[in-house]
Design a binder for this molecule. Structure first.
Ligand SMILES: [Zn+2]
Length: 138
């Protein structure tokens, strides 16, 4: 059996699926924002069934995200986040993918909303016209 924490391909695949899911959830929330539906638990069935790998991959990635998030919130700089050795590969993959993701779907320079509709040239959340998508630090 492959050790999940060392399976770069598998982790990358699972992380991509998770990022896709998040994007989808965000879009659903945006669409429903008029109805004040911000309940994270309400996922569409389509979103729920997208995952194709064993739950261990998603659990590991989720744990690493939470852990990193907690450290960032505690004021630890991004470059100094400390993780278990088993979590390091997952973290490096997440970082890689997040960087690609942000490039693909840049955040609004005014309000920070992800510019899912950036092709239209304006931010869906605040209406700010999109300028160049310079590398935003997260
Ligand atoms: Zn905006």
């Amino acid at each position: 059996m492959v050790e999940i924490c060392k399976d770069r391909e598998g982790l990358r695949h699972a992380a991509l699926e998770m990022l896709d899911e998040m994007r989808e959830q965000q879009r659903e929330r945006d669409q429903n924002s008029g109805d004040r539906v911000d309940d994270r638990a309400t996922l569409s069935p389509a979103t729920k069934t997208r995952r194709t790998l064993s739950p261990g991959y998603y659990m590991l990635l989720g744990r690493v995200m939470d852990e990193a998030d907690a450290q960032l919130k505690a004021g630890i700089p991004h470059s100094e986040i400390a993780l278990d050795e088993d979590d390091l590969l997952a973290w490096s993959i997440l970082e890689e993918l997040c960087a690609e993701f942000v490039k693909k779907y840049p955040a609004c320079s005014m309000c920070g909303a992800p510019l899912r509709d950036w092709q239209e040239g304006t931010c869906a959340a605040c209406g700010e016209a999109l300028k160049s998508s310079k590398g935003r630090k997260n």
